[in-house]
Design a protein around this ligand. Structure first.
Ligand SMILES: [Zn+2]
Length: 138
């Protein structure tokens, strides 16, 4: 087993585990962006969100929901930014789905999700929506 996150789930690599369920594990990022920076992962290996079994996705997001407030309160944060780098093309470096919960404080110097993207669009909203609906089979 070479996936680092699978090895953490299996207990082969030590981690500061904060919660465990049959479907997932939550542990502190070893290179935290802020105190309390937590990673929530599915127990079963899947490289991307779309590769997750639906039940694994349910379990993963139940755990994210369960942890968001305790992570925030544990470090007296004002809020959290929750995000996923989904796939190599997004900059994902560990090929096992992991949800970041990063505590936030006013004036912490970090931006919102909107600030990580330069606004670069070229297509009309209605055209993009139609393409997405078509891709989903709706
Ligand atoms: Zn894995």
């Amino acid at each position: 087993m070479t996936c680092v996150i699978c090895r953490i789930v299996a207990g082969e690599i030590p981690a500061e585990v904060v919660a465990r369920t049959p479907d997932g594990l939550a542990f502190l990022d070893v290179e935290p962006l802020a105190d309390g920076h937590t990673l929530v992962v599915p127990a079963a290996h899947a490289p991307t969100i779309e590769a997750l079994e639906p039940s694994a996705a349910d379990g993963l997001f139940r755990l994210v929901r369960r942890l968001a407030d305790p992570v925030r309160r544990a470090v007296d944060a004002a809020g959290t930014t929750i995000g996923i780098n989904n796939g190599e093309g997004s900059g994902q470096t560990l090929p096992h789905v992991h949800v970041h919960i990063v505590p936030r404080w006013p004036g912490d110097g970090a931006g919102t999700i909107h600030t990580i993207f330069p606004r670069r669009t070229s297509r009309k909203l209605a055209d993009v929506a139609a393409a997405i609906r078509k891709a989903t089979g709706a």
